[in-house]
Design a protein around this ligand. Structure first.
Ligand code: ADP
Ligand code: MG
Length: 540
């Protein structure tokens, strides 16, 4: 049977595409600048293999010019230009990418920076323009051409006038309607900020008037030893990751299964909205130096949600609008890699710069404890060595490892006491016996502490035990018999106390753990008094 070709109503298709794939109009600037950059890159690659072609860096740049009176926005480049055939093929066939073809033909050359691949980005300009003129002259050609289109109605190609090789894309910006204003795309400051946002690391100068708007050199592609602390701090400030000075930066150039560059920061201060629903975690994601997403949340687990910074990778599977990612293997590989890097950097901060780590922990320790508690404790392996608790004997924050390494041989449990504050816990009668034994006690002053520890369960094979649990697991001594005797000798008194407190406690017992206090509360089972308080306070 003869196969029939699909017919498409191309007018309709173009309209559909233009108006449905992008969520933000400003994206058109990124697309046209990326095309201009690709056009220059193509000359650059040609020059690598063609001795007659010399690539003088200063001759290659992009200019952006807004003309309010004529309502035009022009994006020009000194790139490779287009022949008549190129115009037919690349701007006349939707979803045909000359850049993808170029990339495939030149695959042997590594380190390419060609951005284009889908063959649709150009048409995004129709979101803001009702007519587009392209005037272009291809490298090695004497003729210039003018392509023109009002979008859905098709296009025309005629002879054009242009002296030098390259392309001018002239957008005739739409008139404002009652619902929509397009004026902002004729405002210099607005255009500059869009360029800064998406195209700051395009490798060629993007000029507006005399000024070069983009910073061009992505610092993450530089060698670590070329960069100073100040460079990293400035990047943090320039990118507005925070208003503080970061505690630590992590610069990654990964070349293994996941190929990417990243610069990450551990902030010093908790953002004001950090522990609220409003806070959005995520890293900036770049593909070949072009911003794809400003908060890619898939790159960070919640418990490292405080980390700021960016990731750049050339091998992401982008969807057609480049605004979203396919959930691919590459991205999860990068995320896993990043998680491990953050962990190891925190561990080294803990080991080598304890004072800084303490500051970090004050700001974000609670998040780590939530991390241990959430997901049914699946993250405890990653996080337990990063936890700190106040120690009764050291009078400062200690790690579980430090605690266990100090345990006397006869001590079976890691003891903890929960309370509102260190001062309150110190006064708890329940701590007396354990402290008297010379055992260290961890003070849990955060709501989440005890819940998190219940997930950890044991550390280096030592189980945790609350000082208020019924059985403290401390070797019985003479005092035990004494307390048993006290109970049977004063049977009536105990019965009387039990009935007076009948709806408040489940039993009244003589205790062997009290020294200077007449009475204390203790619990049986897993849920302690402190946990119960918190559970009761939680909304149903
Ligand atoms: P993509 O960039 O994904 O290939 P576009 O729709 O943005 O898709 O562009 C389609 C094609 O048009 C490009 O692949 C390129 O061949 C050509 N093109 C677009 N803009 C320019 C330009 N400024 N200079 C030279 N060629 C261009
Ligand atoms: Mg493009």
């Amino acid at each position: 049977m003869a196969k029939k070709q699909f017919k498409a109503e191309s007018k309709r298709l173009l309209e559909l595409m233009i108006n449905s794939i992008y969520t933000q109009r400003e994206i058109f600037v990124r697309e046209l600048i990326s095309n201009a950059s690709d056009a220059i890159d193509k000359i650059y690659y040609k020059a690598l293999s063609d001795d007659n072609l010399v690539f003088n860096k200063e001759d290659y740049y992009i200019t952006v010019t807004a003309d309010k009176d004529n309502r035009t926005l022009t994006i020009s480049d000194t790139g490779i230009g287009m022949t008549k055939e190129d115009l037919e093929n690349n701007l006349g066939i939707i979803a045909k990418s000359g850049s993808l073809a170029f990339k495939n033909e030149n695959e042997a050359q590594d380190g390419h920076n060609i951005i284009g691949q889908f063959g649709v980005g150009f048409y995004s300009a129709f979101m803001v323009a009702d007519r587009i003129s392209v005037i272009t002259k291809a490298l090695g050609s004497d003729e210039a051409f003018k392509w023109e289109s009002t979008g859905a109605d098709g296009y025309t190609i005629a002879a054009g006038e242009k002296d030098s090789v390259g392309t001018d894309i002239i957008l005739h910006i739409k008139e404002n309607t009652e619902e929509d204003s397009y004026d902002e795309y004729l405002e210099e400051y607005r255009l500059k900020s869009i360029i800064k946002k998406y195209s700051d690391f395009i490798r060629f100068p993007i000029k507006m008037g005399e000024e070069t708007v983009n910073s061009m050199v992505p610092i993450w592609r530089k060698n670590k030893n070329e960069l100073t602390q100040e460079d990293y701090d400035n990047f943090y400030t320039d990118k507005r990751y925070g208003f503080d000075k970061p505690l630590k930066h992590i610069h990654i150039s990964a070349d293994g299964a996941a190929v990417y560059n990243a610069i990450l920061y551990i902030p010093e201060q908790t953002p004001f909205d950090y522990y609220t629903k409003e806070y959005e975690k995520g890293l900036e994601l770049y593909s070949n130096g072009v911003l794809i997403m400003d908060k890619c949340s898939d790159l960070l687990p919640d418990y490292f949600g405080f980390v700021k910074g960016m990731v750049d990778s050339a091998d992401l599977s982008l969807n057609i609008s480049r605004e979203m990612l396919q959930h691919d293997r590459q991205l999860s590989l990068i995320a896993k890699n990043i998680k491990n890097k953050i962990k190891s950097q925190l561990l080294s901060l803990l080991k080598d710069e304890r004072e800084k780590y303490d500051r970090f922990y004050k700001a974000f320790g609670r998040q780590l404890k939530y991390g241990v508690y959430s997901d049914y404790g699946t993250n405890k392996e990653t996080l337990q060595d990063l936890l700190l608790f106040y120690s009764s004997t050291e009078k400062k924050l200690v790690t579980l490892d430090e605690y266990v390494s100090r345990m006397p041989e006869d001590q079976k449990f890691i003891y903890y006491a929960s309370g509102e504050s260190i001062a309150r816990i110190e006064k708890l009668p329940q701590t007396e016996l354990v402290a008297d034994k010379g055992y260290e006690i961890l003070y849990f002053t955060d709501d989440i502490d005890e819940f998190a520890i219940k997930m950890v369960m044991t550390y280096k094979e030592k189980p945790f035990k609350s000082v208020s649990s019924g059985d403290l697991g401390i070797e019985a001594d003479a005092s035990e018999e004494k307390s048993d005797a006290e109970e049977s000798d004063n049977k009536e008194l105990f019965e009387h106390m039990a009935s007076a407190l009948a709806d408040k406690v489940s039993a009244v017992k003589a205790s062997k753990r009290l020294k200077s206090h007449p009475v204390c509360l203790s619990t049986e089972g897993e849920v302690t008094i402190e946990m119960e308080k918190i559970l009761k306070a939680m909304p149903d």
